[in-house]
Design a protein around this ligand. Structure first.
Ligand SMILES: Cc1cc2nc3c(=O)[nH]c(=O)nc-3n(C[C@H](O)[C@H](O)[C@H](O)COP(=O)(O)OP(=O)(O)OC[C@H]3O[C@@H](n4cnc5c(N)ncnc54)[C@H](O)[C@@H]3O)c2cc1C
Length: 361
């Protein structure tokens, strides 16, 4: 049997997850990245795996399927850096909280409402417990940098090759079919090319006449020095989203409600944002010795309408996968894209997100 030659451009969580699944199915996979694994958005992600944030009902179901896919992936790779601490949400009180609860219950999403006493017991480090909060018990976190490395290891074990420090320059096409990829190290022949290059996707796609508008969505992520265990769950307060990672660091996007942040430029310098984030964290966690360790700035990969862009497009053999909430969706994308790439299957879950929608805006 002739093995399909598949090149995956991008070794972030999406490229790594697809490479893992495609290599498992027996294709001859080569992953290339201009830098190191997870050096793009994945390495600077908050890593919250959730379906409580969503654009519409269909998008919510995609995210729920994303959570379910992680449980299958974990059965395959039990050491994958994903945990399920759940989320404590008190971004709004009163009517706002009741609306959120009713909306999620209507969608069949697991949600519990707790009062101030239970909140204080669940999160004693928080200085002032709110009157009420919601718990989303099925939500998780993924250490995206570790995950990308682990998935690439899994892909290598299944026979994939990973080439780092190698930039894709052009997709080669003959008679309407992909024949390979021109990159800084020369020409790599291929039957199929998956472009999962985050914010690097648009340049590669435009060159083969596939329109891909991308939004400018910079984000800053603040990490403190490690602390003893303080917080179990992902915390979503009105001021800030934050959590404690496996190393004990408190990590927080500088923007409150960061997944809904639609600013095109950062509102301050990275230093200014870090100080402001620390100030808000100190108010939430009084008496905790919070020392800034690192501020990272990264561009979120967000297609023009805010939704994922996933599917075959342009010349035969070309496939695009770019999205925000890529940590939430990585396991699912690995499964669905491997099927679509190799078996010609069409997933109904991906139908609303085809890149062709940008051709006739
Ligand atoms: C501050 C912040 C917080 C976030 N929080 C969350 C969250 O809580 N939950 C969630 O689900 N998502 C979150 N996201 C979004 C999530 O991190 C991204 O959607 C996800 O990491 C995208 O993964 P990716 O593999 O598509 O892209 P990336 O991780 O950006 O990887 C793309 C890779 O392609 C490579 N590349 C680019 N161009 C080329 C080229 N021409 N040739 C070769 N290689 C190339 C890059 O070097 C990079 O390694 C957050 C993002 C940010 C920035």
């Amino acid at each position: 049997m002739i093995r399909e030659r598949v090149i995956v451009v991008g070794a972030g969580v999406i490229g790594a997850s697809v490479a893992y699944r495609v290599a498992q199915q027996g294709a001859k996979v080569t992953v290339i990245d201009a830098g190191q694994p997870a050096c793009g958005a994945s390495g600077h992600s908050f890593g919250w795996i959730n379906a409580s944030f969503f654009a519409d009902e269909t998008h919510h179901h995609l995210r729920v399927a994303g959570i379910e896919a992680y449980h299958r992936l974990l059965a395959d790779l039990p050491g994958l850096s994903v945990t399920w601490p759940g989320c404590l949400w008190w971004e709004e009180q009163g009517e706002g909280l009741a609306r959120m609860e009713a909306q999620l219950r209507d969608l069949g999403y697991p949600v519990e409402r707790i009062g101030g006493k239970d909140f204080a017991a669940a999160a004693p480090a928080i200085g002032q417990a709110p009157d009420e909060a919601l718990v989303f018990p099925g939500e998780g976190v993924g250490a995206a940098e570790r995950m990308a490395a682990q998935l690439l290891d899994g892909a290598r074990e299944a026979g994939a090759t990973v080439i780092l420090g190698c930039r894709a320059e052009r997709i080669e096409v003959q008679a309407g079919k992909v024949t390979g990829l021109r990159c800084t190290h020369g020409m790599l022949p291929a039957d199929r090319v998956l472009v999962a290059a985050g914010n690097g996707c648009a340049d590669l796609m435009t060159a083969v006449d596939v329109p891909l508008p991308m939004l400018q969505r910079p984000g800053a992520l603040v990490r403190t020095r490690p602390l003893p265990p303080l917080l179990k769950k992902v915390m979503v307060s009105p001021e800030l989203e934050f959590r404690q990672d496996a190393l004990g660091r408190i990590i927080a996007p500088s923007s409150a409600a960061h997944q809904a942040d639609d600013r095109e430029v950062l509102p301050d310098t990275p230093d200014g944002l870090a100080l402001d984030t620390l100030r808000r964290l100190r108010a939430l966690l009084p008496g905790v010795d919070l020392v800034l360790d690192q501020t990272a700035v990264a561009m979120r990969p967000v297609p023009g309408d805010g939704l994922p862009a996933v599917g075959h497009c342009g010349p035969e053999g070309l496939y695009l996968a770019v999205m925000h909430s890529g940590v939430t969706l990585a396991a699912l994308m690995g499964e669905l894209i491997a099927q679509e790439l190799l078996d010609g299957a069409k997933s109904h879950l991906l139908t609303p997100y085809r890149p062709g929608r940008f051709a006739f805006p």
